[in-house]
Design a protein around this ligand. Structure first.
Ligand code: GLU
Length: 369
C-alpha cells in the first residue's frame, strides 16, 4: 500500500454519466465505495463535476444555450448531485460536506485561508468534502473554467500528497494514434505538453490539456498525480496498492510551504516585473531575494503587498512574489543599487523588492498555470 495521507480525487462529467445523459448510479456506488476504503487510511476530498449536465437533464434541456441557462442548470443539478452522493456515502456511514468554490476565493488570501481551514476541519472531523465550482455565481473573471484546474488548486491548498484525475481516457498518451499510455512522467517537458494538446472530447470541458496543466501545478508543489480511466474497475484502490494504473506524474519538487504555494499558484497577479539575466541566475541558482538592481521594467498598476509575476526579457515566467514596492516606486528605483533607495525615494524601505520568503521560483516550469 502506498503511503498517501491526503488525497484529492477529481471525477469528470463524462465519467459520472457514462454513455447516458444522467448520473450512473451504479458507477457512483462503486466510486463511493472506493473513496470510503481510501478514507480509512487517509483524508480524502472529492472534486466532482456533473452539476450542469444533471441539471440540464432534469430540466429537460438537451444543451444549455446561454450562460444563464447553464448557471440555472447548475443550481438544479448541484442539489441533485449532492443528494446522490449523500445517500451513497451514508451507506458507508460517512458524512459529506458540500464545498462550492470560485476562483476569486483563491485569489484573495483571507478567503483562501478560510476555505483551507474549512477543508482541514472537515478532514479532522472525518467528513468527506465534495467540492465543485460555484457555477451559479461564477462569471468569466472569477471562473476556474474547469474542474481540473480547481482540483489542482485544492490539492495545493490543502497540501495533498496525491491527486487523481478520473477521466474518460485511460491515461496520458504520448501519441494519439498509437494510444500508448505513458506509465510514468518524471518531468513535464514542453514536448509532452504539446502531445497533450489533442482534442477534448465533445462533452467535456477540459480534456488532456487542462489535466496536464493541473498536473504541472500539483507536481511542482510536491504532489503525486495520476490520470487514469475512471471506469476501470477498482481504479482508486489499485492506484493506492501501487499497481500500474494510468499515468503517474512524479512530484518535481519538495512540498512548498502553503504560503509560497498560494503566492505562486493561486494569488491574483496584479502586475509584472521584468528582470535581467544576472538576476535570473541568482534567483534560480541561489534562491536569493530580488533586488532593484536586477529589474529592468515594471508593468501594471500594482501596490505594495500585491502578487507580481517576474519574467525574463523574453517573457519566460521565472516566479511570483509579493512586492515590497508599488509599480510607481519600482519605476523610480529599477536598475539601481539598494544603498541608493533612501536617497531616491526619500524614505527608508526594504532593500529587497521581493524577499526570498515571499517568492516562489518555478524551477522546472516554463510558465505557471
Ligand atoms: N462545474 C461544472 C459542473 O459541475 C463542471 C466543470 C468541469 O467539468 O470542468 O457541471
Amino acid at each position: 500500500m502506498n503511503d498517501f495521507s491526503r488525497i484529492i480525487i477529481k471525477v469528470g462529467t463524462n465519467t459520472l454519466t457514462g454513455a447516458e445523459d444522467r448520473l450512473d448510479e451504479r458507477y457512483l456506488s462503486h466510486l463511493v465505495a472506493q473513496i470510503c476504503s481510501a478514507a480509512q487510511n487517509g483524508e480524502v476530498a472529492l472534486v466532482t463535476s456533473g452539476a450542469i449536465r444533471t441539471g440540464l437533464t432534469a430540466l429537460g434541456l438537451a444543451a444549455s444555450r446561454s450562460l444563464r441557462e447553464s448557471q440555472a442548470a447548475a443550481a438544479v443539478g448541484q442539489g441533485l448531485l449532492m443528494h446522490h452522493y449523500q445517500r451513497q456515502f451514508q451507506n458507508h456511514g460517512r458524512l459529506v460536506a458540500q464545498v462550492l468554490l470560485t476562483n476569486d476565493a483563491m485569489h484573495n488570501r483571507n478567503r483562501y485561508l478560510n476555505a483551507r481551514n474549512t477543508l482541514l476541519t472537515l478532514f479532522e472531523q472525518r467528513v468527506i468534502p465534495i467540492i465543485n465550482e460555484n457555477d451559479t455565481v461564477a462569471t468569466d473573471e472569477i471562473k476556474f473554467g474547469d474542474n481540473d484546474n480547481l482540483a489542482a488548486q485544492v490539492a495545493v491548498m490543502v497540501g495533498a500528497d496525491l491527486l487523481i484525475f478520473l477521466s474518460d481516457v485511460d491515461g496520458f498518451y504520448r501519441d494519439h494514434n498509437t494510444k500508448q499510455i505513458l506509465p510514468v512522467v518524471e518531468h513535464l517537458t514542453p514536448e509532452l505538453e504539446m502531445a497533450a494538446q489533442g482534442p477534448a472530447s465533445e462533452k467535456s470541458k477540459g480534456g488532456m490539456t487542462t489535466k496536464i496543466a493541473g498536473a504541472k501545478v500539483a507536481t511542482h508543489c510536491g504532489c503525486h498525480v495520476f490520470i487514469a480511466g475512471g471506469r476501470r474497475e477498482n481504479v482508486i484502490t489499485d492506484i493506492l496498492d501501487g499497481e500500474n494504473v494510468g499515468t503517474h506524474f512524479l512530484p518535481t519538487r519538495l512540498r512548498e510551504g502553503s504560503r509560497k504555494a498560494w503566492i505562486g499558484f493561486s494569488g491574483k497577479v496584479a502586475g509584472e516585473l521584468t528582470i535581467d539575466a544576472g538576476a535570473i541566475a541568482a534567483l534560480r541558482q541561489q534562491g536569493t531575494s530580488l533586488l532593484p538592481a536586477g529589474i529592468t521594467a515594471a508593468g501594471g498598476d500594482f501596490k505594495t503587498g500585491d502578487v507580481v509575476r517576474v519574467v525574463s526579457a523574453t517573457g519566460e515566467e521565472i516566479g511570483r512574489g509579493l512586492t515590497n514596492y508599488s509599480a510607481a516606486e519600482i519605476n523610480r528605483i529599477k536598475g539601481i543599487h539598494s544603498r541608493l533607495l533612501e536617497q531616491i525615494l526619500g524614505y527608508r524601505g526594504d532593500p529587497e523588492v521581493i524577499h526570498r520568503d515571499n517568492f516562489l521560483i518555478y524551477h522546472s516550469l516554463a510558465s505557471a498555470a
